[in-house]
Design a protein around this ligand. Structure first.
Ligand code: 5GP
Ligand code: ZN
Length: 114
């Protein structure tokens, strides 16, 4: 999508601090980190939100979780634990209209969320 912020980041039109990339997804550090480790994993395909997950694209979500498991081990926070967050829609706190999974780690994250 031409005017989507995360599509522009994926295409390299807006700079980002890359964590990982493969044919299905792109991961980069959040510009406003909420934990010592905070990066976003986004599908390369433009999917607006969790409401647009369907039989054709749901495999990407499983892939994202697998990638996070791999990165958690490589980056060293697997043992202490981490949180994967998807905000969906207005009340969910979604501010960018391209589905993304926050990965937060490096401190006790607390519950419930705000
Ligand atoms: P949301 O609120 O939609 O769940 O999360 C959007 C996230 O994208 C926020 O945590 C915000 O800090 C991050 N973000 C917004 N614009 C940029 C940007 O230009 N670069 C990076 N790296 N992160 C961004
Ligand atoms: Zn997009």
């Amino acid at each position: 999508m031409s005017d989507c912020l995360f599509c522009k980041i994926i295409r390299g039109e807006i700079p980002s601090n890359k964590v990982y990339e493969d044919e299905l997804c792109y991961a980069f550090y959040d510009i406003e980190p909420q934990a010592p480790v905070h990066f976003l994993v986004v599908p390369k395909e433009h999917i607006a939100s969790a409401l647009e997950i369907n039989d054709e694209n749901s495999h990407i979500v499983g892939h994202v979780f697998k990638v996070v498991e791999k990165l958690a081990n490589e980056l060293g926070f697997a043992q202490d634990g981490y949180r994967i967050v998807n905000n969906c829609g207005k009340d969910g706190g979604q501010t960018v209209g391209h589905i993304h999974f926050h990965v937060l780690a490096g401190r006790n994250l607390g519950w419930p969320p705000g």
